[in-house]
Ligand binder design. Sequence first.
Ligand code: NAP
Length: 516
Amino acid sequence: MQLLASYLSGTWSQGAGARTPLVNPATEEPLAEVANGGHDLAAAFTHARAVGTRELGALTFAQRGALLGALAKAIHGAREELIDLAVRNGGNTRSDAKFDVDGGAMTLSYYAELAAKLGATQLLADGEPVQVGRTARMGGQHVWARRQGVAVHINAFNFPGWGLCEKLACALLAGMPVIAKPATATALVAHRMVELFAPLLPPGTLQALIGPAGSLLDHLAPGDVVAFTGGSSTARMLRTHARIVEHGVRLNIEADSLNAAILGPDVELTSETGALFVADVVRDMTQKTGQKCTAIRRVLVPEGKLAEVFDALRERLGAIAVGDPSREDVRMGPLATAQQKADVLAGIARLASATEAVHGGTGEVTPVGVPAGKGYFVGPVVRTTNDPMACAPLHEHEIFGPVTTVAPYTGDASFAAEFVAKGDGCLVSSAYSDERDWVAQFTGAAAPWVGRLYLGSAKMAAQSPGPGTALPSLLHGGPGRAGGGEELGGERGLHLYMQRVALEGDASVLKSLLGG
Ligand code: NAP
């Protein structure tokens, strides 16, 4: 069986000691293994600090952007192979796999284009120059300068391709060398991408630890950055890690999120806005088998439309074939791991104690095209409660699978915003309405509780990617439970890897530093 190597200090290292298998979650067939340790991580950090930092320091934004463009091209060249790996190792349908793989390439291309606009400089302006002296000669200018350290990227299992690329794009463009650590269970896609990327990048700028983290964080030092995506219990451990605390290492966390969707009181289900709402809920429940940090978990609909929404969801979800994701007729694959399945079933049981079934019971399903008893399958589940504010399990626990709860409300915008806030901080939430006053009232009250607000309406329905798609041009991250982090958002995504500095001096010198 293939033993996946890590790419550290410019060579491929297979590690040593006990091994962890990677499996096909539809069949449980072993696909590859990783070593649980045996890598020289101290040397990897030294390599990044000494070689990677120097190499990126010699490049302008435009030149770093050209590298990102080459990485996007490499993904396009190996697209079918990467999709196949995502289907086999991630339990992805072909469509899910494209979402991950193409999403990674698209994000790299976006930052390559942004870099071309930033041009042949190394500092970014932050706002306009200010006069700080008696005359215009004495000026001030805030700038962003790259941090001198290593960017450590720890990713979740659900987006091995996109997760690697979106973090890598921002760090490399900002000028920081990267050590990436994909989640072990689904590492095949990220491992292959690193194989493709390594020959295209200057030495020391990209390294990858494939397998458990081991002592990775024990090598952190001042100036380093850790960007983490994953569960809140792992995040809690990172926040209190001695090296991170001691050295003030910058830490960005993307964690759990109980994203909400609200159907406005003005919307008929048969309208364009109503159809968008139903399509978005169904897509978020079933795409990636609900294993999207941005997926809709909590839904409010006006009480008079509850039965109609139930019927629409039952009809759409009932038509979705669950099974081996490599089959063309299958629209939803398994969860990624046995642990994920156990966690999702436990979450459904907790929710079931406070809600009633609408569709899918507690997730039992007979998958198609799979040997009996094999695979980590859970079917789509819709639950309901008449008292959405008091239903504690709904607001306290993220079920990372194809599960959502739909509840009634009067249509009051303030109540809807309060419902969003009950999630204690979300990556994204959505409202569907063509009534501008309602949207304004809802937005003002809900905005502090979300990283992104998606406002669904008839005018944008035909162009909408849905709330579950994180875009490179818009912020990804959210307050509170969601981790308090920020990634992407165009140029903002670089700031995590840069230091904001106030420069003070002769105004013409300050201008020249920014290429003026
Ligand atoms: P996880 O168990 O927290 O793992 C996330 C990553 O952390 C993996 O790479 C894991 O490595 C690594 N890790 C585990 N222990 C570590 C340690 N002691 N030191 C350093 N790294 C360590 O989460 P997951 O199960 O992969 O992902 C599911 C969760 O991620 C969900 O709760 C979901 O909400 C969240 N998520 C959030 C976002 C977002 O953007 N906000 C996106 C996707 C997922 P191993 O795999 O080797 O254990």
